[in-house]
Design a protein around this ligand. Structure first.
Ligand code: PMP
Ligand code: GLU
Length: 397
């Protein structure tokens, strides 16, 4: 058997760096190393009891069969209510598709909209899987670069300059993984003004970190009237309700796009897990106050890590406003040798932290941020303190 027999799609696909680093950290931990993992963006809380109860009830009520491909009607109705309550977005259940995680929702949207040769704009830094999914759809992703000095946000001029006759789609993600930045309503409206001139460009707005937004008001791209008919709003319960393994995501979109996503899902996976769907109704029907304790704890961790990062030599960091990541620029170390290890890039630096002080992070290269490393603070305050102590001991000595 030879890898050369594999399809070009898989040969061209990089492995997910977030999941690869998490796997490596897990492996080293199992081998007895005292690893602190700040690599994976995954809440460390238990699923709230009221959601667990709904899942147990669903099992006892014999929810065993295939569900409708686009999800149970009452779940889609709950999603419509949530979109109205939190985002001011009016969707009908026919505009909603429930999928196996926001990841599948994104893949569906890319596969139904993109043709070979289409261009997709990715404001960088961006989440690792966007570029891989676009490439899988045989389209081309075009990074719009940003730096720490502009808070990792693109300007309307940058957007306009990146548009070509081949541009089909742009993927926004706010609060952002990996930078933690959040676009304000005013900034989003300024970007929409540019897109108004190009009616053939579609927008994916990935709002999965919506509730992890610590200082600003959440704003949905589709809430801009001129954008509603060409925006696919993506959300899910992984981050907000600590339900990563339950694999539940969804979209709100123009009905013709929702129909196409249902069609592709019907050939690839069918309806998403029925127990998770019933549990998600409970999650979305509950007031946001039921998960406030998790949001508050993430905010404490954010302020803690920002405070500790100040004392680390050579790290340049913005103040993230949302999600649970910081993205320090570590380019100060490029070209230097630390404890016998030459640092040429962010990948080397991330490996240095893993090898010398047992702290797992993810290289920014995978996110289109080659000067940075991503640190996830979805870990206990104790682990955050210990990890920062180890890093500063290594770099400040
Ligand atoms: N979008 C972003 C920005 C993410 O960080 C993630 C990571 N979980 C996802 C989508 C996918 O989430 P899930 O598939 O767990 O719903
Ligand atoms: N989205 C999370 C992260 O970026 C989970 C891992 C993944 O699905 O990529 O770490």
């Amino acid at each position: 058997m030879s890898d050369s027999l594999l399809s070009h799609r898989i040969k061209n696909m990089p492995v997910s760096q977030t999941l690869a680093m998490a796997a490596k950290a897990r492996e080293l931990k199992e081998a007895g190393r005292d690893i602190i993992s700040l690599s994976l963006g995954e809440p460390d809380f238990h699923v709230p009891d009221f959601i667990k109860k709904a899942a147990i009830q669903a099992i006892n009520d014999n929810y065993n069969s295939y569900s409708p491909i686009n999800g149970y009607l009452d779940l889609r109705q709950s999603i419509c209510k949530k979109f109205k309550r939190d985002n001011g977005l009016i969707y009908k259940p026919e505009q909603i598709v429930v999928s196996t995680g926001a990841k599948q929702a994104l893949a569906n949207a890319a596969l139904v909209l993109l043709n070979p040769g289409d261009e997709v704009l990715l404001p960088a830094p961006y989440w690792v899987s966007y570029s891989a999914i676009v490439t899988l759809a045989e389209a081309k992703y075009i990074e719009i670069p940003t730096t720490i000095d502009t808070d990792f946000k693109i300007t309307p001029k940058q957007l306009e300059d990146a548009i070509t006759p081949k541009t089909k789609l742009i993927i926004f993600n706010s609060p952002n993984n990996p930078s933690g930045m959040v676009y304000s309503e005013k900034e989003y409206r300024a970007l929409a003004k540019v897109l108004e001139k190009y009616p053939d460009i579609y927008i994916i707005s990935d709002e999965i970190y919506e509730y992890l937004n610590f200082e600003a008001l959440s704003f949905s791209f589709a809430a801009i009237e001129s954008m509603y008919d060409r925006t696919i709003t993506i959300n899910g319960v992984s981050k907000a309700f600590a339900m990563t393994g339950w694999r539940m995501g969804y979209i709100g979109a123009p009905e013709w796009i929702a129909k196409a996503c249902t069609k592709i899902q019907g050939q690839i996976t069918s309806g998403a897990n029925c127990i998770s769907q019933r549990a998600t109704i409970a999650a979305l029907e509950a007031p946001v106050s039921s998960i406030q304790y998790m949001i508050d704890e993430f905010n404490k961790r954010r302020l803690l890590i920002l405070d500790l990062l100040k004392n680390i030599k050579g790290f340049k960091t913005t103040k993230p406003l949302g999600a649970f990541y910081v993205l320090p620029d570590v380019s100060y170390y490029f070209g230097k040798t630390i404890k016998g290890q030459k640092i040429n890039n962010a990948g080397d630096f991330s490996l240095l932290l893993l090898e010398k002080v047992n702290v797992a992070t993810v290289t920014g290269e995978a996110f289109g941020a080659p000067n940075c490393i991503r640190i996830s603070y979805s870990a206990s305050q104790e682990n955050i303190k210990e990890a920062m102590r180890r890093i500063s001991e290594l770099l400040n000595s």
